[in-house]
Write a protein that binds this ligand. Structure first.
Ligand SMILES: Nc1nc2c(ncn2[C@@H]2O[C@H](COP(=O)(O)OP(=O)(O)OP(=O)(O)O)[C@@H](O)[C@H]2O)c(=O)[nH]1
Ligand SMILES: [Mg+2]
Length: 273
């Protein structure tokens, strides 16, 4: 086809009629559109999952155990081959919303999707591998009385990181670099365990690209906007079930580490508003 006569062929636009099932609360999929018509709960907790079938139900159960009923748990699963999403679907719990994304993957974008769907006055997110204890949530939420954002912190006094020495050392180095480049005052820059007031999103967006490094850029922007961030210490345990997505082998681990270093530098340079 010559350049002059070329027309770009795009697939036809499909306007998805939203069936009642897709707009209901509960384990119905919200693949085609945002979940509407839910009563706003006090709290939304977002769990991103990829192959977490041995952890997801314990995580959900533990969240409800510690924060009560006025909460929605939003699970954003990227079509896990181990069918994590099926376990969530089978729960048929009206407090649980399952978003099964297909043909896309990514940790930051999964949390971002959960944020878009969330309704809580307080919004939080965390890993779904039982390394971050839901038991810490009440203390973190209470901290929002005097702050905008509270992070679970491995490196605040009283916190601990029980992973292998190599991983702890690398994590501390990344945090040290983040403090030098992005500014001090935050001990666990890549925590990824957070609760915040919804109003934070009026000032700052999650940049939905990449793996866990997005979190450092998010905190950096929050700081620049003058938001108050507090840290509650906790003991981070190594995962007991399932495989790490960030460090399944030494090459992936190194690649993930490079991503963190790059993100620290780009966060400083681009200073996204
Ligand atoms: N939706 C979604 N979730 C993901 C993806 N990658 C990882 N996750 C989830 O994000 C959380 C963090 O991933 P982990 O594999 O635990 O990574 P990590 O914490 O660096 O490594 P561990 O040492 O294994 O804990 C877990 O709940 C994963 O299931 C992804 O591509 N999409
Ligand atoms: Mg983990």
């Amino acid at each position: 086809m010559s350049r002059d006569s070329a027309t770009i062929e795009l697939p036809p636009v499909r306007v998805a009629a939203r069936s009642p099932a897709q707009t209901q609360v509960g384990t119905k999929h919200a693949v085609d559109g945002p979940v509407a018509e839910r009563v706003s709960p006090a709290l939304s907790i977002i769990l991103a999952t990829y192959n977490e079938r041995d952890n997801i139900l314990d995580t959900i159960r533990s969240v409800f155990e510690h924060v009560g009923d006025d909460v929605e748990v939003i699970v954003v699963d990227d079509d896990s081959p181990d069918e994590t999403w099926k376990l969530v679907q089978a729960l048929e719990d009206p407090r649980v919303v399952l978003i099964r994304r297909v043909a896309t993957r990514g940790l930051a974008s999964a949390f971002n999707r959960g944020i878009i769907e969330s309704r809580g006055r307080v919004v939080g997110w965390m890993d779904a591998d039982m390394c971050m204890p839901p038991a810490l949530l009440p203390e973190m939420i209470a901290a929002l009385d005097s702050c905008d954002i509270c992070i679970g912190s491995r490196y605040a006094p009283g916190g601990a990181d029980d992973r292998t020495r190599l991983r702890v050392r690398c994590s501390r180095m990344i945090n040290g670099l983040a403090r030098v480049v992005l500014g001090g005052g935050i001990r666990d820059y890549d925590s990824g365990f957070v609760v915040l007031r919804r109003s934070v999103f009026d000032k700052v967006s999650v940049i939905p690209t990449g793996y866990g490094a997005y979190f450092m850029e998010f905190l950096y922007t929050c700081r620049r906007k003058g938001l108050c961030i507090s840290e509650v210490p906790y003991r981070f345990t190594d995962r007991r079930h399932g495989q790490s997505k960030s460090a399944p082998n030494v090459f992936k681990f190194a690649w993930t580490g490079c991503g963190y270093v790059t993100r620290i530098l780009t966060a400083r340079l681009r200073r996204i508003d």
